[in-house]
Design a protein around this ligand. Sequence first.
Ligand code: XMP
Length: 321
Amino acid sequence: MKIEEIRMEELHSGKFIEQQVHDISSVVGSGIAINALSGGVDSSAVTMLGYKALGERLKTYFIENGLMRHDEPQEIVSLFEGLGVPVEMIDAQKQFFDALKGVTDPEEKREAITRTFYRDVFARLVRESGARYLLQGTNYTDVEETVAGIKRQHNILSQLGIDTEKSYGYTVIEPLIQLRKTAIREVAKALGLPEEIYRRPPFPGPALAARIIGEVTRERVGIVRSATKIVEEALSNTRAFQYLAILHEDRVTGVRKGQRDYGFQIEIRCWDSKDAITGAPTKLPYDVLDTLAERITAEVPGVVSVTYNITHKPPSTIEAI
Ligand code: XMP
């Protein structure tokens, strides 16, 4: 790997920010750049760096792909508007659901999302905005895992031999590529982002689609979205690295009011980890698990089974697909 990591002990946030702002300004010159904000710490830090470097010549979009968490698109757009950074929301839900129709293989799902994002949605935004540059928050771990062939991270392009200039008509700038998450959190804090952003637990690029085994449909996203809301409410005070809900493909026999109910299965995962490279299941108190099972079966229509994953990473991964 040619990219060299900047380790936490070597990081000087102030200098790093200054350097990146300088680099972005010199690459983009008097041109226009665009970027997609998801609200995660990586894309948020990139948005702030880009805005510092380019001001209104940075066009920031929030791509509403239909796969985000409850109210997330509106909340993130408002938060950045509060920070003085304009963000335009693009409704691309239909494009993503059309691309995901009938797709069940995990890597094909990731590929469908990548293709829709970069080739369909972004290429059009680039054309319409006149931008020649795309800023994105690829980090050191994304590159490492993709190059190692563990998972295709949705934002890895050049490292897989994809020439974005040729394929999509724009150049990608990746200011965070030498940093891992902990270092990015430091930079995000130094950039003046609020705690809910710089402490935000990781959320994958393919969003809730990474937590659906089998076909991703609007209905199935709805189920996992409701379960996610409950899991996040119940576990946000655990200080765990990441916690999530997964919708299984197989249904199981349940019973409600004395009647057979052939329903959905939700798997909960809660991880202790430093860097997402390895992870251990958090030893959650049993009453917390009990409340989760109660709430999910009562509040998410059709769910009859809730399980807790007790596997380490490896051999598990953090997300399901
Ligand atoms: P896995 O599931 O590979 O996840 O153990 C490791 C960490 O990365 C997040 N993740 C992603 N992040 N794009 C991202 O930006 C992706 O495609 C992606 N897939 C997984 C995951 O949430 C975990 O924190």
